[in-house]
Ligand binder design. Structure first.
Ligand code: ADP
Length: 507
């Protein structure tokens, strides 16, 4: 029995490389959990299949146990055993696949960035489908994400539907078209796909390198539903400038392609209950926010001399997409304007990491700025809770979650108008937008002048109109960035696709 009487009760299985909080690198992990929970709440049966990484946060997996069955899957023309574990994460049932392959695919101490990522994740995609087949599952929707599990779409139609795993429609969500996982066409053979058959312009062939295949393109071609994570980004990637080579493919498949704005997990991100915060607070009583600001200043050794000194936060992967040069500029400009700045971020790009380490060292005893160059979930909550403003100067941003989390914690976003930022941050000074939606400061040009303009307007309002600022803080804290609306959209996409398939089967 399900709790919802209105729901059509779909059976949805996500196959993904990340799931918060057990295996999270970025927004993808948040989406799998957030969307999964929201759909479960609406009465659907949701399950997740993940690799069993050695570096997962095992303390967040409940009742983890190995199943008696061993699933054998093909790779490089041989059969390999997989141990299958089950557990529950945030109330969602999760299958963890542990390949018993000599290459120890998920025993690497990190989620991504290995030389054989293509092999690791094509292996996983096939093993996941094999699990569903052997377990006799009949999902209505198999939802795969990003290039790591994009292989699921062609594998499903070419190999698994003929084997009888044929109840499902395939939904593919691309969280960032920058990462497409292209590789020499022959690499496809390892997971049993036919490289010759698939390396064609209308199938998986990369649009610029014709001897390479492109998993993301393959998933766009072979899925029934293709989504990305905001309406504006969906428009941007259909242009030559924004599509990273896939705009023509997306335009050919535009009828099944749509942008759905991500939500945030409002249970995990709730200043009224957040155990990471020194003091919990809510829109009705934001005094606790000041206490969190004071606490983080003390913890990080920043000056507490001026209570009203604005604190700017930034939490991000330090990659070019995020506007690294503008983040750096924002730090210096904030100091010039008399504010304080806390950056929490880390970079997979060695020269960027080194550059920021240099800046961090330079400022290590400074009264007003601290750079913490690592991934730290607990500190991220404290920064959202403490900061007055939050900077997101992305060059492009498929959706972006940090602006929504910041708002939930009453930190006003200063964001570049691109992708999902354009769909969620509306300038307080923009008269063309109804007042009730205005919630931050935006700028269009990705340059220092653009950023300065927005940052200075924010400082002015904060310093000169504290009452209006306070009202703004309270207003953004109660804006709805939950998954409710987006989950309803996914539900509709799923249901329509399933209905179309059933209608086609009847004729
Ligand atoms: P992306 O997926 O491109 O990294 P998003 O804005 O969609 O960007 O999601 C970022 C998520 O990762 C947010 O939940 C943010 O709080 C978190 N995050 C990013 N960097 C760090 C870090 N260094 N420490 C803790 N959390 C981080």
């Amino acid at each position: 029995l399900t709790s919802s009487t209105t729901s059509p009760g779909l059976y949805v299985i996500h196959i993904a490389a990340e799931m918060a909080p057990v295996a999270k690198v970025g927004g993808l992990g948040d989406v799998v959990t957030g969307l999964g929970k929201a759909l479960q709440k609406r009465g659907h049966l949701v399950e997740v299949v993940l690799p069993k990484y050695d570096c997962m946060q095992y303390d967040h997996v409940h009742d983890l146990r190995a199943l008696d069955v061993v699933v054998e899957s093909h790779f490089d023309g041989q059969l390999f055993k997989n141990k299958v574990w089950v557990g529950s994460v945030e109330g969602l049932p999760v299958y963890f696949i542990e390949p018993l392959h000599p290459d120890k695919f998920f025993w690497r101490g990190q989620f991504y960035g290995e030389h054989d990522d293509f092999r690791r994740f094509s292996f996983f995609s096939r093993a996941a489908l094999e699990l569903l087949l052997q377990a006799g599952k009949n999902p209505d929707i198999i939802h795969c994400h990003d290039w790591q599990t994009a292989f699921v779409a062609p594998l499903y139609w070419d190999l698994y539907a003929p084997k009888g795993l044929n109840s499902a429609r395939i939904c593919f969500t691309c969280h960032n078209f920058e990462y497409q996982g292209t590789a020499p066409a022959s690499y496809l053979e390892s997971c049993g796909l036919d490289a010759h058959h698939l390396n064609r312009p209308d199938r998986m062939q990369d649009n610029s390198a014709h001897d390479r295949i492109n998993p993301v393109k393959g998933a766009v071609v072979f899925s029934n539903i293709v989504t990305t994570v905001s309406p504006t980004y969906a428009q941007e990637v259909r242009t030559a400038e924004g599509g990273r080579g896939l705009h023509s493919t997306l335009n050919s498949h535009s009828r099944k392609f749509i942008g759905v704005l991500n939500g945030i997990d409002t249970d995990a991100w709730n200043p009224a209950t957040d155990a990471f915060l020194k003091v919990q607070y809510s829109a009705n009583d934001i005094q606790g926010k000041g206490e969190n600001k004071e606490a983080i200043r003390r913890k990080l050794g920043l000056s507490s001399a001026d209570v009203r000194k604005p604190l700017v936060g930034c939490i991000t992967r330090l990659v070019p997409q995020k506007g690294v040069h503008l983040i750096r500029h924002a730090m210096y400009r904030t100091l010039e304007l008399g504010g304080q700045f806390i950056l929490l971020g880390s970079s997979p790009v060695p020269h960027i990491q080194r550059e920021f380490e240099g800046i961090a060292n330079h400022f290590q005893n400074h009264d007003d700025i601290r750079l913490i160059l690592k991934y730290d979930e607990s500190l991220s909550h404290s920064i959202y809770g403490a900061s007055d403003m939050f900077i997101i100067p992305s060059i492009f941003e498929p959706c972006g979650l940090t602006q929504m989390i910041a708002m939930r914690y009453g930190s006003i976003p200063i964001a570049r108008k691109t992708g999902g930022l354009h769909d969620s941050v509306f300038d307080v000074d923009d008269d063309t937008i109804p007042n009730q939606f205005r919630n931050g400061f935006t700028f269009l040009n990705p340059d220092e002048q653009g950023l300065n303009g927005a940052l200075e307007r924010a400082f002015n309002l904060y310093l000169n109109k504290p009452e209006i600022w306070k009202q703004l803080v309270q207003k953004v804290m109660i804006m709805d960035f939950s998954w409710d609306a987006s989950a309803a959209q996914y539900e509709e996409l799923y249901a329509n696709s399933v209905a179309r398939a059933r209608a086609a089967n009847r004729t």
